[in-house]
Design a protein around this ligand. Structure first.
Ligand code: ZN
Ligand code: ZN
Length: 125
């Protein structure tokens, strides 16, 4: 494959945006992991990349995609934490509040980690 401008130069790749073959001299330097043939193509390619990322993000973060189990985890966690806090604050035997408090925090953390993993896997799709 030869460069689309320099007929004698071997192409190092194709432009991400217009798919023209470009040689070392023509490839526009950039800190992205793809080749572009011109400044205009670079801008277009970046724009496209950003759009793709955004649509992926939107897909991953749709509230409807949050499984009910995670919401239940978070709710149980909040209830336990509240229960623990109230017991610690108002009960003479405040030690009994520690267990539900820890239990609740674990549930909330579990839910948070699930959400985090979901978002991560959503981005990769
Ligand atoms: Zn191009
Ligand atoms: Zn060239």
């Amino acid at each position: 494959m030869k460069c689309f401008i320099h007929e004698n130069e071997d192409a190092v790749g194709v432009c991400k945006h217009c798919s023209k073959a470009v040689c070392k001299k023509c490839a526009v330097p950039n800190d992205l992991n793809f080749l572009v043939c011109s400044e205009a193509c670079k801008q277009e390619a970046i724009l496209y990349q950003v759009m793709m990322e955004k649509s992926k993000m939107a897909y991953g973060l749709k509230p409807g995609r949050l499984p009910a189990t995670i919401i239940v985890y978070l709710l149980i966690g909040v209830v336990f934490v509240l229960f623990g806090c109230i017991t610690i604050s108002f009960s003479a035997e405040w030690v009994y509040g520690l267990l539900p408090l820890i239990f609740g925090v674990v549930f909330i953390l579990g839910g948070a980690i699930s959400i985090y993993n979901q978002r991560k896997s959503g981005l990769r799709v």
